[in-house]
Design a protein around this ligand. Structure first.
Ligand code: URA
Length: 240
């Protein structure tokens, strides 16, 4: 789409009508947004560039991953668990890595933890197919251990490219592993959950991993609070 958009047009609506990025007026200040910056909520613009942007698609990235041998996890995998969901999702979740069911079926979060995640998503009025779900690593770590730093480092570029292709308004990390590897920090999830951060200009909200909540039900109220914060930032209508 090309044409003129005005200040205050919501980014989500612009995306829906096919606008992928906007040309922002050049500012005298060097701290202003870059020309051609991606849309964020409430962005304003003068002229709209064509949507045939240079950003690669999820399919481009997926193709590259099929034969990935960047780390030793490839030796034990049945399938590469790329990610699932809406390629234009406003909300994206990042977990740790596939478990045995995910490895078998090729889809993230299909086991008990996934069912719990689905419930949290439904609680804010969305369905699994509305969001996008991926992991720090795309191949199953043996014995369901956490990914090692070298494995996460090898796989992270794929995840960052997925985030760039989807351009979600929010990334919600699930558990300490996702928080620490996505943001390059070493934090305790009990201290950091619920605090907004940022990765490459995208707001990131860390919360607990659903598998942790399956073992620590008393902490689920904190997750509900985090999901309420997400719903409010996305201006989602109250769930029925
Ligand atoms: N746990 C994760 O972190 N990711 C999955 O895909 C499944 C379980």
């Amino acid at each position: 789409m090309s044409g003129v958009v005005s200040r205050g047009m919501p980014a989500a609506w612009l995306r829906e009508v096919g606008v992928d990025y906007v040309m922002l007026p050049v500012r005298a200040s060097t701290s202003g947004p870059a020309v051609g910056a991606s849309l964020s909520p409430g962005d304003a613009a003068a002229t709209v560039a064509p949507s045939a942007s240079a950003v690669e698609t999820l399919d481009d990235i997926r193709k590259e991953l099929t034969d990935c041998r960047r780390c030793p996890l490839c030796a034990g995998r049945a399938t590469v668990v790329f990610g699932v969901g809406n390629p234009r999702a406003r909300l994206m979740f990042v977990g740790e890595g596939p478990g045995s069911e995910e490895d078998r079926l090729g889809e993230p979060f299909v086991g008990a933890a996934g069912k719990r995640l689905d419930r949290w998503i439904a609680r804010i009025g969305l369905r699994r197919e509305d969001v996008y779900i991926a992991n720090i690593v795309k191949c199953r770590p043996p014995g369901n251990r956490a990914p090692l730093p070298d494995e996460a480092k090898a796989c992270l570029p794929y995840l960052l490219r997925q985030i760039r292709a989807i351009r979600p308004e929010i990334v919600c990390t699930l558990g300490a592993t996702a928080l620490n590897f996505l943001l390059g920090v070493e934090e305790k999830i009990t201290r950091e959950r619920g605090k907004w951060r940022e990765r490459d200009g995208v707001p990131v909200l860390p919360t607990y991993h659903p598998a942790f909540i399956l073992r620590n039900a008393a902490r689920e109220a904190e997750v509900f609070g985090d999901f309420d914060a997400i719903a409010s930032r996305l201006r989602l209508p109250p769930a029925k």
